[in-house]
Design a protein around this ligand. Structure first.
Ligand SMILES: Nc1ncnc2c1ncn2[C@@H]1O[C@H](COP(=O)(O)OP(=O)(O)O)[C@@H](O)[C@H]1O
Ligand SMILES: O=P(O)(O)OC[C@H]1O[C@](O)(COP(=O)(O)O)[C@@H](O)[C@@H]1O
Ligand SMILES: [Mg+2]
Length: 327
């Protein structure tokens, strides 16, 4: 039997990502357009458990499309991983009269959504909001483009000083399990090498590549290292390279959380608007238990269970392009 949807809750969860606010706005405005009552859940699943709900009339989402972060706050909530925590969350949801949930987050958020919707038969739609762009079922996640732009701005600035001193810079970017930011920003920043969790790091070949570059009149080199790179991260690799290549002046910059902030790019705002709109329309058409994605520039649905079962496939062609262009 079709469920009638009169009240929708929306939350953001896991790491924040630029464009989450644009997405909240799209969800709220679309819901209101279709006469649905819209409610915000504060601090992700933590707010569901702690009963922190706020009404979201249209004006509550004015003037946020350009802002980074999330007005609903976010959290990594351990209690939601327990049955007791999720039972509390369900009781609060029922007391609020919320018929369906839209969750904006990453793979962890969708794992929580998948188990919660199965246990309590709550219709849920997931929207991919993470700078990491590692989710299966979408070409892009909200926040990835903005994070990349912040990273390349930093790399460009580092390049100026690196070239002035003939230095070798290791720039560490985010990505616990995925090297997608490293790959994209590494290509766009013209880096000499990119080290990522998806590939083994071969120190020997890195050193010979840097040496070749120096012979070929390169006045500086930038190596982009993803946080989750398996041989120990930027600091450790830089130390190893310095030990073996001691005539090079080696520096390390860890970009850290500056990559997660800032005003979303046009791309992220439009992506967030399309996904937020499509998520509400999906619920109204009794679609549930799915993640919305963008595949070949079209909105596309993937079962949450499938979206959390794997990462997006690694782009070997991009890795090849990075290697060819960095000679
Ligand atoms: N297996 C799970 N079962 C229930 N809830 C989960 C599960 N995995 C993650 N969550 C919830 O989702 C939240 C966000 O996940 P996390 O991995 O921190 O970020 P992201 O969604 O960005 O990947 C977690 O803090 C937790 O509340
Ligand atoms: O801010 P925190 O909690 O230290 O988490 C850092 C992690 O969050 C991210 O920025 C985003 O990851 P998620 O989207 O999975 O939350 C990762 O790139 C990074 O490793
Ligand atoms: Mg994640």
């Amino acid at each position: 039997m079709e469920k009638s949807i009169n009240k929708i809750g929306v939350l953001t969860s896991g790491g924040d990502a630029p464009g989450m606010n644009a997405c909240i706005r799209a969800v709220v405005r679309t819901g209101i357009y279709y006469n649905i009552e819209m409610v915000g859940v504060m601090k992700g699943y933590q707010g569901l458990i702690d009963n922190e709900f706020i009404p979201l009339p249209s004006h509550a989402v004015s003037n946020i499309i350009q802002r980074g972060g999330t007005i609903l706050k976010t959290a990594r909530c351990m209690e939601f991983k327990t049955k007791e925590g999720r039972e509390k969350a369900f009781r609060n949801l029922q007391a609020q009269g919320i018929d369906a949930l839209i969750v904006i987050g990453g793979d962890g958020t969708f794992s929580g959504a998948e188990v919660f919707s199965r246990e309590f038969n709550v219709p849920v739609i997931g929207i991919p909001g993470t700078i990491d762009n590692d989710l299966f079922g979408t070409d892009f996640t909200i926040g990835f483009d903005t994070a990349n732009n912040s990273v390349i701005q930093a790399i460009d600035q580092i390049r100026d000083t690196a070239a002035s001193h003939n230095r070798l810079f290791f720039v560490e970017v985010m990505g616990r399990d995925a090297g997608v930011i490293a790959l994209w920003a590494g290509i766009a920043g013209g880096s000499e090498a990119i080290l990522i969790p998806e590939k083994e790091t071969a120190i020997e070949s890195l050193i010979s590549k840097l040496a070749e570059g120096a012979e070929n009149q390169k006045s500086s080199s930038i190596v982009v290292v993803a946080e989750g790179e398996k041989s120990g991260g930027a600091l450790k690799i830089a130390e190893e390279v310095k030990r073996r290549f001691d005539h090079y002046d080696t520096k390390v910059t860890v970009l850290g959380h500056l990559q997660r902030g800032g005003s979303p790019t046009c791309f992220d705002r439009v992506l967030a608007s399309r996904m937020g709109y499509a998520a509400v329309k999906a619920l109204l058409n009794n679609v549930e238990g799915k993640m919305i994605g963008m595949v070949n520039n079209r909105m596309h649905f993937t079962e949450l269970s499938l979206a959390i079962s794997r990462h997006s496939p690694f782009d070997e062609e991009l890795a090849e392009i990075a290697a060819v262009l960095s000679i």
